[in-house]
Design a binder for this molecule. Structure first.
Ligand code: FAD
Ligand code: NA7
Length: 454
């Protein structure tokens, strides 16, 4: 039963797919649901999890979406992103270790999507070029392009638009004095594809967040000579050893010599800018466009979702926060969004929505460090869960706290720990090879626990 709602979902990554999943669940249950079309510019679903070797532009000459690299393993325990209605045991039929490689997580996601035949809702190789809100008719016009045939398609009208195009694809690239004369390779983490390329080299990593710590370890693991991580405002404060060290902000580059603001210098062969990403929605006009830095609760979105600018509450964003929680948060947010879109959940008055945003953003201002941030995002997830009358436990802050503590104890071994699923009560098994010596990231080697091939 469709509820006279025609919804355009932009992007078939984990967020867009979560929306398709929940709308389909309503349909299967015989409840009112929306008529949904999802446009995906790539030829497959999965968003960032759909690995590409390409950098720069894709096969059609558009900005390459992918930012993941070979040998990328989950940076959080799988038990923190496990879906209650489709556990890892359900998918693989057996216990697996807690920190899977990218391909294993992609396989898991696809299992749930295939089970509900969600591919049917997606129009692939189709780029959303422009979205406009029509005040008179209170709906949206969406302009798309068939990328395979280089052809603009006729405009389509929709009652709602769901923005699910991610925010880790357009690199934020700062400049530094003298960097233009640096003789070695300079790249942003968005274009990092394989650490082997940097074997035997001395590497400078700029930035101190997730990409910085993981790419530093990847490079050392694959044989880089040594790695320096240079922070701007906050050091990672992990106990770096084994060829990785942390230094303060870099002040200038002089040939291959890097100068840091404590007066020290270092000679390096390559610079990897792990300096984060820009939110980028080139298909949205200013009145519909979220403009923010990376935050846990960006301004202008009720429940992190409903756009408070133009669009009469019918433009919704998914996944636009900094992400401790990922799949489970996308899932609950999409469940909430599909309830709103299909009319099962009414929005409060505008004043109440604004006041709710203010409360969350005030709480966000008080946060001090990662444990606080984990608690904040857990509360946000629980709030959405309460809104949709969710009966399972979405709150895995205890697991996230353990994870953060494991990293603080030893950053090199945090991926070797096992965690217990809140849904099955079972623990992940120990992997046959410690992460620092595991060179084969294939599904077969990981899931079937066959020993290292290399
Ligand atoms: P995306 O995955 O980015 O998907 C967005 C989709 O929108 C893409 O398919 C894209 O092609 C499509 N699209 C974009 N523009 C258009 C357009 N104009 N028209 C049509 N389609 C369009 N999360 C974890 O949980 N664990 C991890 O270990 C982890 N590691 C990460 C490592 C890296 C290097 C990065 C960058 C992120 C990592 N993440 C990780 C976080 C990741 O952001 C989420 O897991 C997830 O991919 C976000 O899903 P999304 O749907 O919001 O966005
Ligand atoms: P993040 O988390 O946005 O981090 C960006 C880092 O880059 C952060 O440490 C910033 O320091 C630093 N940064 C930003 N601008 C500069 C300049 N100008 N100079 C020096 N350092 C700078 O991005 P990531 O890529 O690490 O993570 C994004 C996702 O990818 C995440 O979900 C992971 O799972 C993988 P700051 O603290 O702002 O001073």
């Amino acid at each position: 039963m469709t509820a006279n709602r025609r919804v355009c979902v932009i992007g078939a990554g984990p967020c867009g797919m979560s929306f398709l999943y929940h709308n389909n669940q309503l349909k299967v249950a015989g409840k009112e649901c929306a008529d949904v079309v999802c446009y995906e510019k790539q030829s497959n679903w999965g968003g960032l999890w759909n690995y590409t070797w390409r950098t720069g532009t894709d096969e059609q000459g558009n900005v390459c979406h992918g930012s993941m690299y070979r040998d990328l393993w989950s940076n959080g325990p799988k038990e923190c992103l496990e879906l209650h209605d489709y556990t890892f045991d359900d998918h693989f039929g057996k216990a697996i270790p807690s920190f899977p490689p990218r391909a294993v997580l992609f396989d898991y996601l696809q299992g749930r999507w295939n089970k509900s035949n969600l591919r049917n809702y997606i129009t692939f190789n189709t780029n959303v070029q422009r979205v406009t809100y029509n005040k008179e008719t209170d709906d949206f016009t969406v302009m798309t392009k068939d990328l395979s045939n280089d052809k603009d398609l006729p405009p389509e009208r929709f009652s709602h638009v769901i923005v699910a195009t991610g925010h880790f694809s357009v690199p934020k690239v700062p400049s530094f004095e003298g960097i233009d004369k640096f003789p070695g390779r300079i790249l942003h983490s968005h274009d990092f594809r394989r650490a082997n390329e940097f074997k035997g080299q001395r590497i400078l990593i700029v930035g101190s967040s997730y990409s910085a710590e993981d790419i530093a370890m990847q490079c050392r693991k694959m044989g880089s000579d040594n790695v320096i991580i240079s922070y701007r405002r906050k050091p990672t404060n992990y106990h770096w050893h084994n060829g990785i060290e942390e230094r303060p902000p870099l002040t200038r580059v002089d040939g291959s010599t890097i100068h840091f603001n404590d007066g020290t210098t270092a000679d390096v062969d390559a610079i990897i800018l792990c300096t984060g990403y820009l939110y980028n929605f080139p298909y949205l006009p200013d009145s519909l466009r979220l403009k923010t830095a990376l935050e846990l609760y960006p301004a202008g979105l009720y429940k992190g979702t409903v756009w408070m600018g133009d669009g009469n509450n019918k433009l919704l964003y998914l996944g636009m926060y900094g992400q401790y929680y990922s799949y489970t948060m996308f899932n609950i947010q999409a469940e909430w969004a599909s309830a709103v879109v299909s009319g099962h959940k009414q929005l409060p008055t505008r004043e109440d929505m604004e006041s709710d945003i203010r409360i969350w953003r005030r709480k966000q201002e008080q946060l001090d460090g990662r444990f606080d941030e984990i608690a904040f995002q857990s509360d946000f997830g629980c709030d959405l869960a309460k809104e949709v009358g969710c009966t399972y436990d979405i709150d895995v802050r205890t697991l996230f706290n353990k994870w953060e503590n494991d990293k603080r104890k030893n950053i090199w071994t945090y991926r070797d720990h096992a965690y217990t699923s809140v849904h099955t009560g079972k623990s992940g098994i120990k992997h046959h090879t410690p992460w620092s010596r595991a060179y084969d990231d294939s599904v077969d080697t990981f899931v079937n626990q066959t020993p290292n091939k290399y």
